[in-house]
Design a protein around this ligand. Structure first.
Ligand code: GRF
Length: 199
């Protein structure tokens, strides 16, 4: 119905590291009350990572447990799933979650898990994408937001943005450029997905 006020899409952000993307999403949420997403839960496999601290400081509920606290990965993911259901999460967004999502979560959230990756996929999948792009001497790399499937950085692509690689750039320089682009692209793409799919 035109003009109808719709509820926000409840999202969970999955993290393992520094959490600059999580911070960008939290900041975006704060600054843009019309953003169609609401971060209701942060999930981490690294209870002491910086990203978890950021979430706690922002007062966002956190699920942070190591996989080794469970009998196996399926039990770990089943516990995450229970938390996601408790918080009524509709969409999962991975932001530096350094673990392959297993069948328990993939089946429950099929086509409802997004990831952000620091290259123009399918080029440079995996954990060292920025370093690999530099080593390959490419003139441009970039950022990709894609749906998550069983593979490593292989699901359908939703959005990409190019980042030029300038001569003499160090890995730190390029990482900084890539991050800046990620921090803009992710909130915008999440909003687009939610609107397009009326989630
Ligand atoms: C980002 O570069 C993202 O593309 C990749 O992991 C990194 C996470 O960085 N998947 P941060 O923890 O958000 O700072």
């Amino acid at each position: 119905m035109p003009g109808q006020i719709r509820g926000k899409c409840r999202i969970s952000v999955f993290v393992s590291g520094t959490g600059t993307n999580l911070q960008a999403l939290m900041d975006y949420q704060q600054l843009h009350p019309d953003w169609p997403a609401e971060i209701v839960l942060v999930v981490s496999d690294k209870p002491r990572c910086q990203a978890v601290d950021r979430a706690r400081r922002a007062g966002i509920p956190v699920f942070a447990n190591e996989v080794k606290a469970y009998p196996d990965k399926a039990a770990y993911e089943a516990d995450i799933l229970r938390a996601l259901q408790e918080y009524d999460v509709a969409l999962i967004v991975l932001a530096g979650y350094m673990r392959l999502v297993g069948p328990t979560l993939l089946n429950a959230y099929r086509n409802r898990i997004l990831n952000i990756h620091p290259s123009l996929l399918p080029a440079f999948p995996g954990r060292t994408a920025v370093r690999d792009a530099l080593a390959a001497n490419v003139s441009e790399t970039g950022v990709t937001v894609h749906y998550v499937d069983e593979g490593i950085d292989t699901g359908p692509i939703v959005a990409q943005r190019v980042v030029p690689v300038e001569p003499g750039m160090t890995e730190a320089d390029l990482l900084e450029r890539v991050h800046a682009v990620e921090h803009e692209l992710y909130p915008a793409t999440i909003a687009q997905v939610i609107m397009d799919r009326q989630m």
